[in-house]
Design a protein around this ligand. Structure first.
Ligand SMILES: Cc1cc2nc3c(=O)[nH]c(=O)nc-3n(C[C@H](O)[C@H](O)[C@H](O)COP(=O)(O)OP(=O)(O)OC[C@H]3O[C@@H](n4cnc5c(N)ncnc54)[C@H](O)[C@@H]3O)c2cc1C
Length: 290
């Protein structure tokens, strides 16, 4: 079992996001020997700007479910890299990622060009503390994400599912995971079918996806609205009380901020809301998907 209790908060979030996303040329040039040459084993496009990629990291790579890897490419003779949450379980050989193309971004346009067999850089060490809290005594886990922010949650669930099925390491105690995922349209969820399968089978996992632009997705029959707008409804429906529930917010900065406010007003204490913010919002940015 790869999980470990983590109660540390991720604030100051903006500082951390800046640091993680500004690991660029100068830093990288002065850190030889810290990277593997990874190779793309498989690539699956989900939408015009979302894709799933599985890589062979190129050497031994240890991580815990919820951590991130640092991927990069050579760009105009220099190295450019960013953090990406690992989707796969530590039980799997390949590392899997769910990536969104940011057309104005520095790295993702280069990552987007890579196909099966191509190489990229992968830092040898996994990082991050966004792991499942199995020690605090709170047995409910409310997982809230926008689009690619589902990545660490898939890693939690794949790991727990495998333990649960094998019977080697059954679900510890009465822990239960409740997952909400927001996206603009349903084809952006990436892992909906997989998560619905777990949710139909495992009594300890629930999953609800919601789309925020149903008018662009007329076949969608599920929940609508931004994921933070659904928080109160599902916390109530699932009977989640602050003192028994750790919350995990992952993805778009505006969702994280809104959801944190909602949870804190509903009684969640600061150190029971974990956050993984993927980027700092551009000044002209909108609230984004979900
Ligand atoms: C711990 C951690 C885990 C992460 N995991 C993932 C992951 O699993 N999948 C993933 O796709 N990304 C993930 N990210 C984000 C990733 O690290 C990059 O920031 C992202 O891929 C954009 O990189 P870029 O170089 O193309 O854009 P940048 O040059 O870094 O960004 C340019 C500008 O675009 C804006 N921007 C950046 N990302 C987005 C976005 N997604 N939507 C809208 N505007 C944006 C920002 O305002 C930024 O200033 C994670 C970030 C962190 C900190």
């Amino acid at each position: 079992m790869e999980f470990r209790a983590e109660r540390r908060r991720f604030r100051p979030v903006r500082f951390l996001v800046n640091v993680l996303n500004l690991m660029d040329e100068k830093q990288m040039a002065s850190s030889p020997g810290k990277h593997y040459q990874a190779r793309i084993l498989e690539r699956r496009d989900i939408s015009p700007d979302l894709w799933i990629v599985r890589i062979d990291p190129g050497g031994p790579f240890e991580f815990r479910a919820g951590q991130y890897a640092t991927l990069g490419v050579a760009h105009e003779g220099k190295r450019l890299e960013r953090a990406y949450s690992i989707v796969s379980s530590p039980y799997e050989d390949a590392l899997e990622f769910f990536v969104e193309l940011v057309p104005q971004g520095d790295l993702t346009p280069d990552l987007f060009k890579l196909k099966k067999g191509d190489t990229l850089m992968c830092r040898k060490i996994a990082k991050g503390r966004f792991m499942l809290d199995l020690r605090s005594g709170r047995t409910n886990h409310l997982l809230v994400s926008t689009v690619t922010g589902i990545a660490p949650f898939v890693s939690y669930v794949r790991t727990l599912y495998r333990d649960w099925k094998s019977g080697d390491s059954p679900m510890p105690g009465n822990h239960k995971l409740y997952c909400l995922q927001g996206a603009s349209r349903s084809w952006e969820f990436g892992y909906r079918e997989e998560l619905e399968r777990y949710s139909n089978e495992a009594p300890w996992f629930k999953y609800v996806p919601t789309v925020s632009r149903p008018w662009e997705d007329s076949n969608w029959k599920g929940e609508t609205g931004r994921v933070d707008d659904l928080l109160r409804k599902y916390a109530y429906e699932w009977g989640l009380r602050a003192e028994e529930t750790t919350a995990y917010l992952c993805g778009h900065p505006v969702m994280v901020e809104n959801a944190r406010g909602i949870l804190e007003r509903a009684g969640w204490k600061k150190d029971t809301v974990f956050e993984e913010v993927y980027f700092q919002e551009a000044k002209s940015g909108s609230a984004g998907a979900g």
